[in-house]
Design a protein around this ligand. Structure first.
Ligand code: IVH
Length: 735
């Protein structure tokens, strides 16, 4: 491997055990990946390709798996998220995390400045003015140069420990070089505007409710107990204040800001340095213009005394410091005419109503369209075509219709009912549209809908689906554009010649500048692709096919459960199991109690796993009963395709007979004689479940040497702690 002059940060202390060589390599890889993260996320100057980064990452992942004693919570591998938690633990703040007083008008700013002058007995006071970030407050505690834990504000005295989630935020350094023994950095976790817009688009595509603003999206993300889900959310952090600290002497916030720069901790900007009321007011006005160009939502300006000694003199009230205040900008709202409502067909078939507006200038840009999200939203706000509406930018970013100005409603304003206006047809393909229970979105369910062609073909060919070599999104786009395929099943009619002559976009060169010529797909790749299609046709199991069909709510695990219950695809069309499951009454009740499925006269024998629920079954049944579904079945028959199950075992009694750990939940901790994933496999192979953290639902804690906080928690909850031998004994007990 190419050497890149890496360094070993002080915090990565080699802990030698069995293999000195591996130990060094683990430390080396951690330092190397940390450096590349920094180059990529902070400096925007990557030195290696994504592929090379992935290779190093996987090497470290593999080494960590085989050396569990080398676990380090600040390893770069945990950036993608560790094991889900049962709940957040609470911890006390080192110093209270206070709120901040709001100011709503310029005369309130003047009063605030007068209070400062009086409190300090000074005419001029060095102050800063900076954007108020619209996010969620977070405290990062670094001890001896490593991120120790991260807390939410909570009630100001205690916060939720969200360390696992925070570690997935790439721009937050996990280790600091030459750091003081204690440094608490306070700041805001937020979602940048572009990421927020993309996330909401995706949620609408998935038929989920959109987040109202980036703050809600951030708070919702951070509340997730599954760090992998958090890692997928586009979160970022900016520091804006100092908490507890030991071993450094800082006199002003500027000293603290220099420290942040040295540690490459991202910090809030721009900052105005002022010392008079006029200075504050002009900074506030300048920021009001600038803030629309900032890449994240800002809803105010924070004014702070710069000098720490002066802050101390001013002190605190019970809820907020006297040395700071936040000026809140009024959110700009404008009236405009709603000319029409159009429908956008998303890449997954979701039909989103869009308000077509008389263009109007709001919060820094012209707004001519605003999503109305879904039919429920239209009804809730009673939006009609021809209405005058008030628009604003949600979280200062996304245009939205706030409300109708009823006084200006014309007599002929038209109520809107999506399915009637569309005559129950997709505006793109005229296929059937449906709204599943529990979802807000209407969706086109036609597998062959051209608006969805690229998505459905890409998904169909994906690695977890039918794994068609060489068929990624760019090839799918070209196939659709050239008219060679407008749905996944069209792929089976392609010839090597058709494919070989397909013209692709010019390749990107390493420096990102495009080469000038288009490329032919070529015979070699065409042959490989056709071979993969043949393998899909004859060799891919039912579960892969079910997943590949992209039916709403049928993910890979529900597809697997469906294939356990059915021998072949054609059995699913009229399946009584699917029908019974779809008809289960009161889904919510079922979710709460899990009683009904288990008591159903016909379903109980199948012991259907929770990963296959009534909503998935309803979607599946709706699909096979729809005209589009019938066309798909007919085409499959025509093509001679009827995929077979590779895990058919409808009677689980037989399958789990002899499995000694069925119904038992384990948590694993400490260093064991084999890597933890091996024990996880062993437990699962014997019918047990493995969870990431100890709770009252845990049956056993499998603990090796050490065991740490999990062991303490297990003991406090009276969860039996067992060792490897005891586990082996349990497995072999009644076999
Ligand atoms: S300084 C003692 N600066 O707004 C509080 N806070 O509504 C001093 N916030 O709790 C806070 N941007 O979480 C400061 N540039 C900024 C900020 C900021 C957002 C948050 C902070 C605070 C909340 C109060």
């Amino acid at each position: 491997m190419k050497k890149r002059g890496f360094f070993l940060p002080a915090s990565v202390s080699p802990r030698y055990k069995s293999s000195v060589l591996f130990d060094n390599r683990i430390a080396e890889l951690r330092a190397e990946l940390t450096r590349h993260n920094q180059l990529y996320y902070q400096d925007a100057k990557p030195e290696i390709s994504d592929a090379e980064y992935d290779r190093l990452f996987r090497e470290l992942e593999d080494l960590e798996k085989t050396n569990p004693d080398q676990h380090d919570p600040n390893s770069p591998t945990l950036r993608v998220g560790g094991v889900p938690l049962d709940s957040f633990e609470q911890r006390p703040h080192l110093l209270p995390m206070l709120s901040i007083d709001d100011l709503f008008a310029e005369d309130e700013v003047a009063d605030f400045f007068k209070r400062l002058q009086k409190g300090l007995g000074l005419e001029k006071i060095p102050l800063t003015v900076e954007p108020k970030i619209d996010g969620v407050a977070c405290s990062l505690v670094y001890r001896d140069g490593a991120l120790d834990y991260a807390l939410t504000r909570g009630d100001g005295t205690r916060g939720d420990d969200i360390s696992q989630n925070v570690r997935t935020i790439r721009s937050i350094p996990l280790t600091l070089e030459n750091a003081p023994p204690l440094l608490e950095v306070r700041g805001e976790i937020f979602m940048p505007s572009a990421g927020f817009a993309k996330l909401n688009e995706q949620r609408e595509e998935d038929g989920l409710d959109a987040f109202a603003n980036p703050r809600n999206a951030t708070a919702g993300s951070l509340k997730s107990l599954d760090p992998k889900a958090v890692a997928a959310r586009p979160l970022a952090f900016l520091a804006h204040g100092l908490g507890a600290n030991e071993g450094t002497s800082m006199e002003t916030e500027d000293d603290f800001r220099q420290l942040l720069t040295r540690f490459q901790i991202p910090r809030n900007s721009p900052i105005w340095h002022v010392d008079s009321l006029e200075g504050i007011l002009s900074a506030i006005r300048e920021l009001d213009v600038k803030r629309h160009d900032i890449a994240h939502g800002t809803d105010g300006a924070v004014v702070k005394v710069l000098d720490f000694a002066q802050r101390e003199t001013l002190g605190f009230t019970s809820r907020a410091p006297r040395w700071a205040a936040a000026f809140k900008y009024p959110s700009e709202q404008k009236e405009t005419l709603l000319r029409d409502i159009t429908i956008q067909v998303g890449r997954t078939g979701v039909l989103t109503p869009v308000a077509e507006l008389e263009p109007v200038f709001v919060s820094g840009s012209t707004v001519a369209r605003a999503t109305l999200h879904n039919q429920e939203e239209i009804e809730r706000k009673d939006v009609r075509i021809g209405d005058t509406v008030i628009v604003e930018k949600a979280g200062e970013i996304i245009p939205s219709v706030v409300q109708v100005v009823l006084a200006k409603r014309p007599g002929d304003a038209q109520p809107y009912h999506l399915p009637s206006v569309l005559n129950h047809q997709c505006p793109s393909c005229h296929g059937p549209i449906e709204k599943a229970d529990g979802f807000v979105a209407w969706r086109c369910v036609n597998f062959e809908c051209p608006a969805q062609a690229v998505t459905s073909i890409t998904h169909f060919a994906g690695r977890k689906a039918l794994d068609i070599d060489g068929l990624g999104e760019s090839v799918a786009i070209k196939l659709v554009e050239s008219g060679l395929a407008s749905s996944p099943l069209d792929l089976f009619t392609l010839s090597v010649d058709d494919l070989a002559n397909l013209m692709l976009d010019p390749a990107k060169s390493a420096d990102g500048l495009t080469k000038s010529k288009e490329r032919r797909f070529g015979e070699k790749r065409a042959t490989t692709l056709i071979k993969s299609l043949e393998r899909a046709r004859t060799g891919m199991p039912l579960s892969r096919w079910l997943f590949a069909m992209g039916i709403s709510q049928i993910g890979d695990s529900s597809a697997r459960e469906l294939s356990r219950l059915h021998e072949k695809l054609s059995d699913l069309a009229g399946s009584a199991i699917v029908s019974d499951l779809a008809d289960l009454p009161d889904f919510e009740e079922l979710q709460k109690s899990k009683r009904k499925k288990e008591n159903h006269p016909r379903l109980q024998q199948y012991k259907i796993d929770d990963k296959l629920g009534p909503v998935a079954a309803q979607n599946l049944r709706a699909f096979f009963q729809s005209e589009a579904g019938q066309v798909v079945l007919a085409r499959l028959t025509e093509l001679g395709i009827d995929p077979k199950s590779d895990n058919y075992a409808p009677d689980p009694g037989a399958a789990s007979e002899g499995l000694t750990l069925v119904g038992k939940t384990f948590v694993i901790t400490g260093s064991l004689s084999a890597p933890r994933p091996e024990y996880k496999k062993l437990i699962e192979a014997n019918g047990g479940k493995v969870s990431g953290s100890v709770s009252s639902k845990t049956d056993f804690l499998l603990s090796g040497e050490g065991g740490g906080s999990k062991k303490t928690k297990a003991e406090s909850l009276n969860v039996p702690v067992i060792d490897e031998e005891a586990l082996q004994a349990m497995i072999t007990s009644s076999k």
